[in-house]
Design a protein around this ligand. Structure first.
Ligand SMILES: [Fe+2]
Ligand SMILES: [Fe+2]
Length: 316
């Protein structure tokens, strides 16, 4: 049997160079940085011009691997046409074709006091956003997306923690709500490519997010039934807002520029897609969120817990 002293020195021989020095006799590049680790950074926020600059810079430092103990490299991914997948923020299997056949006019008729309160809360919240002139609809939608991505994350987080505390399954609702949050965030990542946020818009988001996150979090703890109903009505308004936005494009008030690259890959749009095409699929997403959230509220109205009814998964 090996003595403890011998074991210690064997361990030191093996681990010493790793723990004590990066410039040890161990061939660092092979040992730490696996071959094939992507050296390119494809931020979703870069414009085509910035991308060219970035790609130039990357060529200069092509062989720089990320130093990591992990030792697992990402495999190279390709699009359907065989070209290299450019995004690190989402993968080809996250991309999808939106269901643009979805009923855009669907409306949940508020009958109970709570539902009427949810409906009118949203109607009142909408008033300040209507102050945006039609030419500025892009900015309005971009700002609203910074809010729209909050409820799914809050609901998903609350259900996640509840699942841990109670040792119980979620029925898929954690994933469904987090998927909604991610999908809304991709709406924002798309719109900000076209409508660059200015400093005062960023400042406004800072304040509004601080307030809205906390209010919605408390609201979700008190009554998830009410919270989901509010989001259902918010999504009805989102569908309406995107319809007005599309009308503004059709009327020539907003220029129909080429769709951002991120939108083309995320929604599997044709290469020549325009902003209008991107808005059509975003609007379909909003209609889907509307249905999911009204459904989540209905489940609880009927006296059931969300976890008891399977969540609508795998659309996004
Ligand atoms: Fe959205
Ligand atoms: Fe939405």
């Amino acid at each position: 049997m090996m003595s403890s002293g011998a074991t210690g020195s064997a361990l030191l021989r093996r681990l010493g160079p790793r723990l004590l020095s990066a410039s040890s006799a161990v061939p660092t590049e092979h040992y730490w940085a696996p071959r094939g680790l992507p050296t390119r950074r494809h931020a979703s926020t870069t414009s085509p011009e910035e991308k060219k600059e970035e790609e130039g810079a990357v060529t200069a430092g092509e062989n720089k691997g990320v130093v990591s103990y992990w030792g697992i490299g990402s495999s190279k991914l390709v699009r359907d046409d065989g070209t290299e997948w450019r995004w690190s923020c989402f993968k080809p299997w996250d991309a999808y074709k939106a269901n643009v056949e979805i009923d855009l006019k669907k409306h949940h008729v508020a009958k109970t006091f709570q539902d009427k309160l949810a409906f009118w809360t949203v109607k009142v919240l909408r008033v300040p956003t209507d102050l945006f002139p039609k030419r500025k609809y892009g900015y309005r939608c971009m700002m609203l997306e910074t809010i729209a991505a909050v409820p799914g994350m809050v609901g998903g987080m609350v259900l996640h923690l509840r699942s841990l505390r109670r040792f119980e399954h979620s029925g898929g609702w954690i994933r469904a709500l987090l998927e909604e949050a991610e999908n809304e965030r991709m709406h924002l990542m798309t719109l900000m490519e076209v409508f660059k946020p200015r400093w005062y818009e960023r400042a406004l988001v800072l304040v509004v997010q601080g307030v809205f996150f906390n209010v919605y979090f408390l609201g979700y703890l008190i009554s998830p039934k009410f919270a989901h109903r509010v989001v259902g009505y918010l999504e009805e308004e989102a569908v309406h807002s995107y319809t007005l936005f599309l009308d503004a494009i059709d009327a020539g008030l907003v220029e129909d520029v080429p769709a951002p690259a991120i939108a083309i890959d995320y929604w599997r749009l044709p290469p020549n897609a325009t902003l209008r095409d991107a808005l059509v699929v975003i609007r379909a997403d909003e209609a889907h969120h509307r249905d999911v959230n009204h459904y989540a509220s209905d489940i609880q109205y009927q006296g059931q817990q969300l976890r008891e009814v399977p969540a609508p998964l795998d659309y996004h």
